[in-house]
Design a binder for this molecule. Sequence first.
Ligand SMILES: [Zn+2]
Ligand SMILES: [Zn+2]
Length: 367
Amino acid sequence: MSYQARAAVLREYGGDVTIETIEVDEPADNEVLVRTAACGVCHSDLHFKQGAMPHFPVPTVMGHEAAGVVEKVGKNVRDLQPGDHVVACNTIYCGTCKQCLYGRPHLCLDRMGPAARRPKGSSPRLSANGEKLIPFTDLGGFAELMLLPERAVVKIDKDIPLDRAALIGCAILTGVGAALNTAKIEPGSRVAVFGCGGIGASIIQGARIAGAREIFAVDIVDSKLEQAKGFGATTTIDSSKTNPVSAIRDQCGGVDYAFDAVGSTDLLCKCFSSLGPRGTAVLVGAIPAGEKLEIEARGFLGGERSITGSMMGSNRFKLDVPYYLDLYRQGRLDLDSMISARRPLDELNDAFTVMEGGAALRTVITF
Ligand SMILES: [Zn+2]
Ligand SMILES: [Zn+2]
C-alpha cells in the first residue's frame, strides 16, 4: 500500500519547483510516516535549487526544516506512536560509529548508511508514476507526508505550535548550536555575527542566551539589522556604509567569537580580522565548493586565533530540541519573531524569489 501527497519536486537545477502529487511508500522497519504541519524555507534549499549542491541529485522532494504529526510507524519503532508531534532533523546518526560513541552524532561516519537509507534494491520511499524521487537530505519536508527514518525524528510536547517547532530543525539547531555547542561562548564574551538572516538571528540569540556582554550584528539590509537588535544585538553595523572590521576593533579591540552566518570567503576573512588575540572565527554558512580562503598568516602570530567549522551546530538533536523548546517556553528563545511569512505549498517558488531579494528572515510553508 502507498499514500498520496502533494509535494514540491525539483526536476532540474536552476528551474522552479513543481507541485505534484507523489506516492509515499508504507513505513518499513524503523521508519515513521509523518503528516507535515510546517516546513521552513532555508538558504540551503535555495543553493540546492540553483545547482550549488550537485552531490544531491534530482528529481528531489525539497525541504528539510519540518515538523508534523506521526501518522503511522513501521516495525521496531519503539519510542514514537501515531499522534505524536515531532521535529525532523537531517543529522541522522548510526549510534555505533566512533563519532557517535564519542558523543558527536552530528559527525556520524555512517550518516548515509542503513540508519538513514533503505538497502539497495528496495522500493523507493517516494516516487511519482514509478519514477524514484529523492527526499532532500533524507527528509523531503515540502510535502504533505514525510517518510522518515526514526533516527531523523525527535518527539516534542504538544503545547508548542508546529510552525515554530519546525524552525528548530535547521535554523535554530544550526545557529544557537554554533554559539552554545561549537563555540561554547562563555558569559561576558564579545561576539560578532556577520549576516543576520535566519541563521545569523539564531546565532545572535545563542550568544545572548550564553551571556555575551557585547554582540555586534553586521549586515547590509536595514530591516535585518533592526530585527537583530530585537534578538539581542547590542551594536549594529551596516557594512555597505561602514567597514565592520575597523568598527569592531575600534570599539572593543577585537571579539572573542566571530561567526560567518552566510558562507562567504570574504566574510570569513573579515571574521578572522575582527578577532581579539585568542578569538575564534566560526564558519556556519555553506561556502560553495572550490573556494579558497586568503588570510594573512601573521594573524595567527601575536595571539592564538583559530578558525573552525560548525556542522549543524554540533547538535545532539534528541537532547537539544527539547532544551531549545524549554528556552522558548520560558521566553528566552524567540521563535515567534523569526517567522517573517507563512505561505501555502503552492507559493514555494514565490518564497524563493523573496529569499533571493534578501529581505525575508524566515518563510514557513504551512500545510
Ligand atoms: Zn537548512
Ligand atoms: Zn555514527
